[in-house]
Design a protein around this ligand. Structure first.
Ligand SMILES: Nc1ncnc2c1ncn2[C@@H]1O[C@H](COP(=O)(O)OP(=O)(O)OP(=O)(O)O)[C@@H](O)[C@H]1O
Ligand SMILES: [Mg+2]
Length: 439
């Protein structure tokens, strides 16, 4: 825009200069021709007053050298008495460029004078103007003005361009900072800018991001703490169920067995005792499932991979219509350390969601270790994808399940992404940095 305005100013200046030059060249040429005619008139009058013949006086004109931008020709009848061309024009290098000469050239100006003499043929004096010299002079003046104007325009353009460029560079850096913030990178800080308004924005941005980063850290710590309390509570409940309820059930079952004496023919009692035993068996089964859900004991003893395999085996038995593809890299236990209960819970919730909501025929669960590259630490990548109904995350109200998954992932400084749309299944991608490699 600024460049265009400058070009427009230069264009208008050029028009103005050309217009003035054209007027002054035309005036110069006209006045030269007029002057020449007046001088010829005066000379002739003087010659006549002195009793000389006009032809004699005219002959003297032949001695004139070039008359700058005038050419003079005098004819008597068919005879040429004088043919005085104008000077050769401006010197080499001083000529105006063709466009300027074309723009300022005046209309052709030829003045004629006729002298009638009795008994002699008429004398015809022709004064013809050649404006080349005038145009060259006008060009020299215009050139100076145009150069000055171009120099001024370029200077103004450069000053404005540099100032605005600096301002826009700051805007670019601020935008990058905002984008990083949008992507969850709270470590970004803006530099102290040169322009005071941007410097204030930068300070306010840094302050806000600092506060956000602190708040996120506090949230993460709180989430970690509350998840740890939850897991601790579950572990305690599982232990109590095992120690108290499990022991008591075993005792009831043992007592029932001791009451069943084969020698006594006591059918009603035998039936009741049999019922107690089968209720005990049923309660044992319920208790085992409950304990397993509350705290997968295998997790502490055999590790994450074995516990997941066990859960999946169990799951395949219960839902044979869903083809489940499961893979798990060795070494995930070393990578994930104490966070394995979280990964276990995430897979557990994903499986529950697939059964409850998806109606899928195929389900894939893959846990891969990804190597460290550049800024990314070594990490565990968990992908759960089904080919079921999918959903529109903007419309479906969030439940506690997905929210819990997100919280667990965030408390482990991981990345969570859910891609789904109606009819296209659900893919859950989770990346958790390995223990000890968190930034
Ligand atoms: N695999 C899936 N296929 C289709 N829809 C799903 C799937 N997983 C989740 N959803 C949709 O997302 C919603 C939220 O899931 P989320 O697990 O957060 O809550 P929920 O399962 O409804 O309840 P809960 O709090 O008991 O887990 C679900 O109600 C369901 O509509
Ligand atoms: Mg759920």
């Amino acid at each position: 825009m600024i460049g265009l305005v400058m070009l427009a100013i230069i264009g208008m200046g050029t028009l103005f200069v050309v217009h003035n030059a054209r007027r002054s060249v035309a005036e110069e040429v006209r006045s030269s021709v007029n002057l020449a005619l007046q001088l010829i008139d005066a000379g002739l009058e003087q010659a006549v007053a002195a009793g000389r013949s006009p032809v004699e006086w005219i002959a003297q004109l032949a001695r004139l050298d070039h008359a700058r931008h005038l050419s003079l020709s005098i004819h008597q009848g068919e005879r040429t008495i004088i043919d005085l061309p104008s000077s050769a024009g401006p010197a080499e290098g001083e000529e105006a460029p063709a466009w300027f000469a074309w723009a300022v050239a005046p209309d052709p100006l030829v003045a004629e004078k006729h002298l009638h003499q009795i008994g002699n043929p008429m004398i015809q004096i022709t004064v013809d103007a050649n404006p080349a010299d005038e145009i060259a002079e006008a060009w020299i003046e215009a050139r100076g003005f145009l150069l000055l104007m171009v120099a001024l325009a370029v200077t103004v353009y450069l000053v404005v361009h540099t100032t605005l460029g600096r301002a826009f560079k700051s805007v670019g850096i601020i935008l990058e900072g905002l984008e990083d913030l949008e992507n969850g990178d709270y470590s970004r800080r803006l530099p102290e800018f040169y322009l005071p308004e941007f410097a204030r924005i930068s300070r306010a941005f840094n302050h806000t991001v600092g506060t956000l980063e602190k708040t996120r850290e506090e949230n993460r710590a709180l989430a970690q703490r509350s998840l740890a309390i939850q897991e601790e509570e579950r572990r305690y409940l599982a232990q109590e169920l095992h120690d108290e309820l499990g022991q008591s059930l075993s005792a009831i079952k043992a007592i029932a067995a001791s009451l069943r004496k084969p020698e006594r023919d006591d059918r009603p009692n035998a039936d009741a005792i049999g019922a107690i035993q089968s209720i005990c068996d049923h309660l044992f089964a319920v208790l085992r499932t409950l304990m397993q859900r509350l705290r997968p004991l295998m997790l502490d003893e055999l590790g994450l991979k074995a516990s997941l395999e066990d859960m999946i085996e169990n799951w395949r038995g219960r839902y044979p219509s869903i083809a489940l593809d499961f893979s798990c890299d060795d070494g995930i236990d070393e990578c994930i350390g104490d966070a394995r209960i979280h990964v276990f819970r995430i897979v557990q919730e994903s499986l529950t969601n697939v059964v409850r909501h998806s109606g899928a025929a195929k389900l894939g669960i893959h846990l891969d270790l990804i190597e460290a590259t550049g800024e990314r630490p070594e990490a565990l990548l968990l992908e759960v994808s089904d080919d079921g109904a999918g959903f529109d995350p903007a419309r479906v109200p969030a439940g506690l399940g997905l929210l819990g998954i997100r919280e667990r992932v965030e408390s482990l400084r991981g990345q969570f992404s859910l891609s789904t749309r109606p009819g296209a299944g659900v893919t859950l991608r989770i990346e958790i940095p390995c223990e000890g490699t968190c930034p």
